[in-house]
Design a protein around this ligand. Sequence first.
Ligand code: PLP
Length: 421
Amino acid sequence: MTLKERDKKHLWHPLTQHKLHPEHIAIRKAKGVLLYDEEGKDYIDGIASWYTCMYGHCNDYITQKVSEQLQQLDHVVFAGFTHEPAVKLSEELIKILPDNQQKIFFSDNGSTSVDVAIKIALQYHFNQGDKRSKIIALEDGFHGDTFGAMSVSGLSVYNGPFEDFFIDVARIPVPTSENFNEVRVLFEKLVKEHQVAAFIYEPLVQGAAAMKMYDSELLDELLQIAQNNGVVTIADEVMTGFGKTGKNFASEYLQNNPDIICLSKSLTAGLVPMAITSCSEKIYNAFLSEELGKGFFHGHTYSANPVACTAALAGIELLQTQEIKENIQRIIIAHQQFDEKIKNHPKVKETRQLGVIYALDLNIEMERYGNLRYQLFNFFMEHGVCLRPLGSTIYILAPFVIAEEQLQKIYRTIEKALDTF
Ligand SMILES: *Cc1c(COP(=O)(O)O)cnc(C)c1O
C-alpha cells in the first residue's frame, strides 16, 4: 500500500473536510527548496511550508547544530531550571527585536504565543487593580485556533460552533486611506468607553486574509491612541517575523513599539514547533510582587525545549549572514520585475508586495472561488510548484534560499495558470 492509502485509515488532517478531500500527497523527503513525493516527483516549496523553512528544508548548518545539541541535552523542565540554548536564544533575540522588548516567554506554537499574550495583557491590568476585559482586534485577522487566539481572529467562517464561548472582542476594520477617519473615531470610542485591555494586530500583512497589506502610518496612529490610554499593544508577528517583510520584524516599519510580540513559524527555521511571546520591562514588572499569585502561572511541558532553542539560534544566525540578506534583496527585486510584467494582465485584479511576500488577486467571479482554489492548487502541483491559493489570491512566500531559476519557474507557472483558467 502507498503512504497515501495507509494515511486514510487512521489519520485526521488539520483544516480538512475529509468527505470532500480524502487524498493527501505523501512527501518522502525535502531538501533546500524542494519537496519530494512518494513517487519521487519534486515540487518547489513556494510557500516555505507555511512560512517556516525560510533557510531551506533540512538545512545542513541547522541540522548539524541540532544533532550536536541532541547529544548534549534533550530536555529539562523549564520551571526551576535553565540551560544554555534558552539563555543564548534570549540574548540573541533581544538584540534583534524592537528596542523595548526585554523578556522572553516560551510556548509551543503560534496560537499558544497569542493565548499567552492575551493572558499577560489581562493579568497586567488585573495585577494593578484595573479589571479590563475587552480586546480590540482587526477584522480579517488570523491569530490561531486555540480559544483565545480563535476569539481574536476575525476570519471566523468555520468558528460557528465555538462563538458563544469566545472572550470579549471588538473588531475594527483594517485601516485604509479611505476609511481611516471612521476607523480612528471607532477605535477612540472603544478605548474611551470600554475597559479595553489590549489591541492585537498582525503588523502590515494579514497572512491568512490572503496577504492583505495595510499602511504603517495608519497603524502607528492607532498604536499611539492605544498607548495614550493604557491599552496593551500586541503585535502578532508569527507570520511576518524573521526577515520576510524585508526587515527582521514588521514592527520595525512603525514608530510605536508594541508592548508584546508573538513569534513562531520560522522562529525554529521549520524544524520543530516552538513559540515565543516577548514583552517590555514595563509589562514584566507588573508581575513582580511579594504575592505569589501575581506571577504568571502559565506553562507548557516542553517550554524552551533545548533542541528547539538550538534550531532557533542557528536560524537567527543565518538570518544575519550577508548571504541571506543578499538573497532577500534579490527576491524583492525579482518580485518587482515579475509584478511589472504581470500586473496589467486582464485576469489580474490587484497585486501587492512587502519584502519577499508577493500576492496577486485574480479577476474571477465569486461563484468560482471555491472550486478554483483547488483547481489552481492541483494545476501548480502538476507543474511541480507548491503554491496554495487563498480564496482568489495566489501568493508566493518562498524560502530565502530559492535559486533564480526556481523563482522564474514559479513565475512562469503562474503565468501559465493565468492563461489556462
Ligand atoms: C499561523 C499563525 C498563527 C497560528 O500559529 P500556529 O502555530 O498555527 O498555531 C497565529 N498568528 C499568525 C499571524 C499566523 O500566521
